[in-house]
Design a binder for this molecule. Structure first.
Ligand SMILES: Cc1cc2nc3c(=O)[nH]c(=O)nc-3n(C[C@H](O)[C@H](O)[C@H](O)COP(=O)(O)OP(=O)(O)OC[C@H]3O[C@@H](n4cnc5c(N)ncnc54)[C@H](O)[C@@H]3O)c2cc1C
Length: 429
């Protein structure tokens, strides 16, 4: 079993970690969930609310994967932008996806409220334009939101307004999502796990699933030391899915993204660096995303890599990216660096569905999973409980292509594409 990476998130927990047992028995349940990140935990909560007997198996620790390592940024919409799907799938599908994405953002606040989760949640998510043409893209996006989706909680920020909100004069304009925001992802995930436990979900850590066998009336799930006989299973492994496949693995590509956290920035600088306390994401393909933690550290992410082996070099590279945005942070060094797998699909739309009547899955949130994972779990649980597709049907309409090659080939391919795209970012700037 692997422990949590050495991140700011693990060091800033103000609670003890609960040790969940490893599975050593043969058990039975209505729903066996594989993967203890946001998706698995959300599915567990919703299924348990409906009275299903739920077992959750995590190969390492709860939220050991992307859910305990991410940027914590909560955004509306999906990664590809719903409007880009209208031509192919029609407006009704777009509207349904859009409503799901808004529900996803609301669900976070509902859960924080319902389960009293202390996770440093803040409001406001700002996309910033690194060139003039992107401001035009923002305008057309907002026009679509307002005039087609009747949604009015976003607005354009002028260049001056962005400079004031961010504390950097690097950007040409911005798109502010008032319903978006940010949180401490590991605190949030552990809060969800507490909630699941309180609802009698049986959580097992150090319980890697090595095989699933679908039988006529149930699915058998095998770990090295135990097994579960379940009426249904939910595969919630996202980019960490390795041994088991069930035919969904090539629909997503795992890419390593990494982040740094500085020491708390000095009091003088706090007035000028991100005074809005929004989270920010720029519009480059090879994007920068950042925010302040509750103790005023700069948490800065971006950059794709094959591995995290050369962490000092990666930390330097990220510091340099940070300094381009905030030259005044020249004395703030990275105190932490960590990385994790982001699962992306070819069309940057989440892939949520069923491989058979008993096997459900959700993955490929494409860097937009803090909110969408929660609703994905709810959709899966509703579908299992009711026996009807419900919102799952909307996602099943979206066709997902396979990435070429195996895991080893897909990673270099992505890094090459990113390098080429980075050049475009430079020329467009
Ligand atoms: C560095 C980084 C920054 C990110 N920033 C953002 C952001 O700012 N905003 C945003 O919206 N999204 C962001 N994301 C993406 C977001 O974190 C993910 O979309 C989301 O956490 C996915 O949750 P999940 O539960 O589906 O998967 P994960 O959290 O990855 O959980 C999957 C779990 O499955 C377990 N597992 C895998 N195989 C097995 C097995 N065989 N048996 C048992 N367990 C298994 C893994 O150990 C893992 O814990 C970021 C991701 C990364 C890596």
């Amino acid at each position: 079993m692997q422990d949590y990476p050495n991140s700011y998130y693990i060091d800033s927990l103000d609670r003890n970690l609960i040790q969940h047992p490893s599975l050593l028995d043969s058990l039975e349940c209505d729903l066996c969930i594989i993967g203890g990140g946001f998706t698995g935990l959300s599915t567990a909560i919703e299924a348990s609310k409906k009275g299903l007997k739920v077992i959750l198996l995590e190969q390492n620790k709860i939220a050991w994967g992307a859910s305990g390592r991410n940027g914590g940024q909560i955004g509306i919409d999906i990664s590809s932008g719903v409007q880009n799907l209208e031509k192919k799938y029609g407006f009704e599908t777009v509207k349904n996806l859009w409503n799901v994405s808004l529900d996803a953002v609301k669900l976070i606040d509902q859960r924080i409220d319902e389960f009293k989760i202390q996770c440093d949640k803040k409001t406001g998510n700002l996309s910033v334009a690194t060139n003039h043409s992107t401001v035009k893209d923002f305008e057309s996006e907002i026009d679509y939101y307002q005039n087609k989706l009747d949604y009015h909680s976003t607005r354009i920020l002028t260049r001056d307004e962005v400079t004031e909100a961010v504390g950097s004069n690097r950007y040409f304009g911005g798109h502010l999502q008032k319903d978006g925001g940010h949180l401490h992802p590991l605190k949030y995930a552990l809060g969800l796990a507490d909630a699941a436990l309180s609802m009698n979900v049986n959580i097992y850590e150090d319980s890697k699933v090595i095989k699933i066998n679908e039988k006529k009336n149930y699915v058998e799930v095998l770990t090295s030391n135990g097994s579960v006989k379940a009426k249904n299973i939910a595969l919630c492994c996202n980019a960490y899915l390795e041994e088991i496949d069930a035919g969904i693995k090539s629909k997503i590509m795992p890419i390593i993204n990494y982040m740094i956290a500085t020491k708390p920035i000095s009091n003088d600088l706090q007035k000028t660096i991100l005074p809005s306390d929004y989270c920010v994401c720029d519009t480059n393909f090879d994007l920068n995303y950042y925010r302040l933690s509750s103790d005023k550290r700069m948490i800065f992410g971006g950059g794709v890599s094959y591995s995290l082996k050369h962490s000092e070099k990666l930390a330097k590279r990220t510091e340099q990216r940070m300094l381009k945005v905030f030259p005044s942070l020249s004395k703030e060094k990275a105190e932490y660096i960590w990385g994790g797998y982001v699962g992306i699909t070819v069309n940057r739309t989440p892939d949520i569905g069923q491989t058979s009547s008993r096997i459900f899955y959700a993955h490929g949130f494409s860097g937009h999973g803090v909110a969408l994972t929660g609703i994905a779990g709810k959709i899966i649980a509703n579908s299992i409980f009711s026996g009807e597709k419900g919102a799952l049907e909307t996602f099943e309409k979206i066709k997902h292509k396979n990435f070429p090659g195996g895991r080893l080939f897909r990673m270099p391919l992505l890094v090459t594409i990113s390098a080429l795209q980075r050049m475009t970012d430079i020329f467009n700037a």
